[in-house]
Design a protein around this ligand. Sequence first.
Ligand code: HEC
Ligand code: HEC
Length: 312
Amino acid sequence: MSAFWNWYIIALVVANVVGIVWLLLATARRKRGVVEQATTGHIWDEDLQELNNPLPLWWLGLFLISVVFTACYLAFYPGLGSTVGALGWTSNKEVAADLDENRRKLEAVFARFRDQPIEQLERDPQAQTLGHNVFVNNCAACHGSDARGAKGYPNLTDGDWLYGGTPDTVVASIAKGRHGTMPPWAAVLGDQGIEEVANYVLTLSGQNADAALAAAGKARFTATCIACHGPEGKGNPLLGAPNLTDNIWLYGGTLDDIKASIRNGRSGSMPAWENVLGMDRVRLAAAWVLAQAPRAETATAAAPAAGEAGQP
Ligand code: HEC
Ligand code: HEC
């Protein structure tokens, strides 16, 4: 609090207390000893008059006691500007103490899960509840509250993983973040080239495509795309290059969507959470996410070797 506001508040508080005391004493003195029944002059409902009697003494006493209470309160607790008060209590300290207390309680809860493998956390109802809370608070904004994602934000429940679906890879995705980079190809391929290769990509997932364009696109795909998406277009979890054959699309699977992906490139970015949440919460979130998806063994059968080999 700046010096100005400090003194401003002190002045306000003191002026109020002094003002109230003055008002009480002034009204009490003026009316004491007045015998005739003075009225305020208001007449309510024709014959109902409002008397202007002095406060009863006991009432005056109560007011004065509350003024004394105020003075004592201000002596012991904060209230006069930035003066802390004799007890040294502040709401900041109280909040800090509460937070500490909470942290200790949570620490005890988390400690129980720290040494358990993710597979076990996937079956533990308490771990799932905590993991779900972490997800709703930190991840739902991008991945949706049901983790089904949206355009550009992967669905985490379909068992189709950009970066692999083992406990280790999912924990790594969350802890370290991920950045998939698909370069733009407009300059390299030109409009015709994009049309051709996009039609070929359509055939990879069994969609209808222009056969002639697709045939021409196959050579381009081999020349330009397989380095990341693999010779069969099944993707590469080490790069986060999506499988183009499963008809699951991060950015949409229509001809127009695919052409846009190729022409302009794509760069999805998943923030790193290790320093934000700590590994306890990261692991609980991973366990909840994994529990939403079909078992990883079957789901990532397409590229388990590459995924495993990349593990540090
Ligand atoms: C700012 C948006 C955003 C937030 C918040 C976010 N993510 Fe992501 N996440 C993404 C994007 C985008 C990707 C895909 C990255 C890419 O395209 O390479 C991703 C990828 C992932 C992946 C890898 C998916 C795969 O298929 O391999 C996992 C797992 C994941 N996120 C979990 C989480 C969890 C758990 C949280 C919360 C702690 C979270 N994300 C918060 C945007 C976000
Ligand atoms: C340098 C590696 C690399 C090369 C080369 C590459 N891609 Fe990609 N591609 C990626 C990555 C990584 C993504 C995912 C981007 C993201 O996560 O935002 C991607 C995404 C895509 C997508 C969007 C997939 C979806 O699910 O929506 C399409 C389509 C695609 N690439 C087609 C191609 C084609 C066609 C070529 C060749 C002309 C090509 N890519 C070359 C790395 C590459």
